[in-house]
Design a protein around this ligand. Structure first.
Ligand code: SAM
Length: 231
């Protein structure tokens, strides 16, 4: 179960909202049952349910552990995909694969401009729990890929780009960078790809263009293929 750090107290955690409903109404958790609670920031706790009310569950924290963040810390910058189910799939898989931040951006070739971040946050939460992770990535929306690069200007950046020849070893290069860096910003374009200007500007800002192989992948597949290189 998930409780944000503000709901983790000295010796108890409080589950509220959907987490409380899911525990008490769907899973029929009872007082005395032992639960595992994560705070999305690496905190992992375990203990028995002490009190159940209409709106919340109180869990006594008997065991606590701080789980270190996955390394390298991956920040995924992803162009907004038009089809909602494909975008949601990409977010779900990015969380399973350990993204620490998901930066969605509009770009020159973006068709869809608006996203329901509340839905994506709930998908991210389920994916974190499902994959037994303890870190919940922040999801934010940017006006352009340039803005993402600027926001993470201190992080080495790799941009997946189809126009990079896979014979030049671009794909392998991505994996070898991972050994050296603590943090990486990975950029994947939307269905329409990055425009030449976006790719040029990114390079000027220090991004390295990398190939994910000789074949064109859908944006959501590219997210999975790219992130998997750093597992
Ligand atoms: N028509 C677009 C184009 O020409 O750029 C196709 C874009 S592709 C469906 C969506 C994104 O996935 C691309 O912007 C890129 O980031 C990534 N991508 C897909 N296949 C790739 C490959 N073989 N190498 C590198 N990146 C790839």
């Amino acid at each position: 179960f998930y409780a944000p750090p503000s709901q983790i107290h000295h010796n108890f955690a409080e589950l509220t909202g959907q987490e409380a409903t899911h525990a008490s109404k769907v899973l029929r958790v009872r007082e005395g049952d032992r639960l595992v609670v994560v705070d999305g920031q690496g905190g992992r706790y375990e203990g028995p349910v002490e009190r159940i009310s209409e709106t919340s569950l109180q869990v006594r924290l008997e065991e606590r552990q701080q789980v270190s963040a996955p390394a390298p810390e991956l920040i995924l910058g992803m162009g907004i995909i038009k089809k909602r189910d494909r975008l949601e799939f990409a977010v779900e898989k990015a969380v399973e694969l350990g993204a620490r931040h998901i930066a969605l951006f509009r770009s020159e070739h973006t068709i869809k401009k608006n996203v329901r971040t509340d839905r994506l946050e709930s998908i991210a939460l389920s994916a974190m729990k499902q994959s037994l992770r303890s870190w919940l990535p922040e999801i934010s929306v940017f006006l352009s890929v340039e803005e993402v690069i600027e926001r993470f200007s201190d992080v080495p950046c790799l941009m997946a780009h189809e126009k990079v020849s896979s014979d030049t070893g671009g794909g392998n290069e991505a994996a070898s960078v991972a050994d050296k860096e603590d943090r990486l910003l990975l950029l994947v374009g939307p269905e329409g790809g990055f425009s030449p200007t976006e790719a040029e500007r990114a390079q000027e800002e220090g991004a390295r263009l990398v190939s994910l192989g000789a074949y064109r992948l859908r944006a959501e597949t590219a997210v999975v293929a790219f992130m998997s290189r750093f597992l």
